[in-house]
Design a binder for this molecule. Structure first.
Ligand code: SF4
Length: 314
């Protein structure tokens, strides 16, 4: 399937997904948490999968079938592998721009040494770069890269890319229990990400069945700590917990407010109490949500916080 959705996306609103990589999965990484299964062909060589015109026509046909109220906010390259492996990515973006819908690309950033990849991504309105590790060993353990890739050069090329990119740049970090969720890794990573200065640094967790079934979601304390480490570095960090919900904000619906806010960042107890007061609700709501395992409490720096409860959905 070339296009799918639109799906609600915390990052992009209504996102119409575009899969420009033909099955089976082709990627330069074999991330332990990958949700599209094991990498069948691990490659760093750009190649042609579909003709740009073919993708364009499929997307146009798809858009024509979408109702007005479901019209996409973004056309998003989120592939069955690494979208930048497609040598036609730039040409396809250029054709899709005719729709007037902004283009987003979610990339693992491993191919930014190619000038052609950087040029293709410069054309996108929104780019998210994968940054899971702050050192080579962690990178090897989490992302299981192609043997010809090099951690230091990827970091160098990410910086090179951000210097020339004019669109909205984000980073995305998947936190995995015991692999990259230590305070040391997250602190070192926050220094690297601060240098990139993204509009937003997303912190996600594996909420869907991962490629390596043995991996686990980090403890809520570690996720909370990671968010605070980024926040302390003045990085605009947002949690992606698998709950895409509705808009974040005060809606008057206390259940929705708590779930929406805790999906994005930990909610400090005093703020939560204020929220209850504003929505004229009592603490029983919080106890109900805890009982339903939708949120849980955790401590940080002398304060109690409430966060979404995390589960892998099989
Ligand atoms: S880079 Fe993306 S597609 Fe490739 S293995 Fe990692 S998560 Fe899967």
């Amino acid at each position: 399937m070339i296009s799918f959705g639109p799906v609600p996306s915390r990052r992009l609103g209504k996102s119409l997904g575009i899969n420009n990589i033909v099955a089976p999965k082709v990627c330069s990484y074999g991330c332990v948490y990958c949700q599209v299964g094991a990498t069948v062909k691990k490659s760093i060589k750009r190649e042609s999968f579909f003709q740009p015109q073919f993708i364009y026509e499929k997307v146009i046909r798809h858009i024509q079938q979408i109702s007005k109220d479901n019209y996409p906010d973004y056309l998003t390259f989120v592939s069955n592998g690494e979208p930048a492996l497609d040598v036609n990515l730039g040409k396809t973006i250029s054709l899709l721009k005719k729709t007037g819908i902004p283009i987003a690309v979610i990339t693992n950033a491993s191919l930014l040494d190619h000038e052609s990849v950087r040029d293709d991504l410069y054309m996108a309105d929104w780019v998210s770069l994968k940054m899971d590790a702050a050192d080579n060993d962690t990178w090897q353990a989490v992302n299981r890269p192609h043997p010809c890739l090099n951690f230091e050069s990827i970091m160098k090329n990410i910086n090179l890319f951000k210097d020339g990119y004019k669109g909205i740049l984000c980073t995305e970090t998947m936190l995995i229990d015991e692999l990259n969720d230590s305070a040391e890794n997250v602190s070192a990573l926050s220094v690297l990400i601060k240098e990139i200065n993204p509009s937003k640094a997303f912190l996600s967790i594996p909420t869907r069945p991962p490629s390596d079934k043995s991996i686990k979601i980090p403890d809520a304390e570690k996720i909370n700590l990671a968010w605070h480490i980024f926040d302390r570095m003045h990085i605009t960090a947002e949690l992606l917990t698998g709950f895409e919900g509705t808009d974040v904000g005060f809606t008057g619906n206390i259940y929705e407010d708590i779930l929406n806010i805790t999906a994005v960042h930990p909610l400090r107890e005093d703020t939560l109490l204020k929220l209850l007061q504003n929505d004229k609700a009592d603490f029983q709501v919080v106890e109900d949500l805890i009982k339903q395992r939708l949120i849980r409490s955790t401590n940080y720096d002398g304060y109690k916080y409430y966060m979404r409860e995390f589960h892998i959905h099989i």
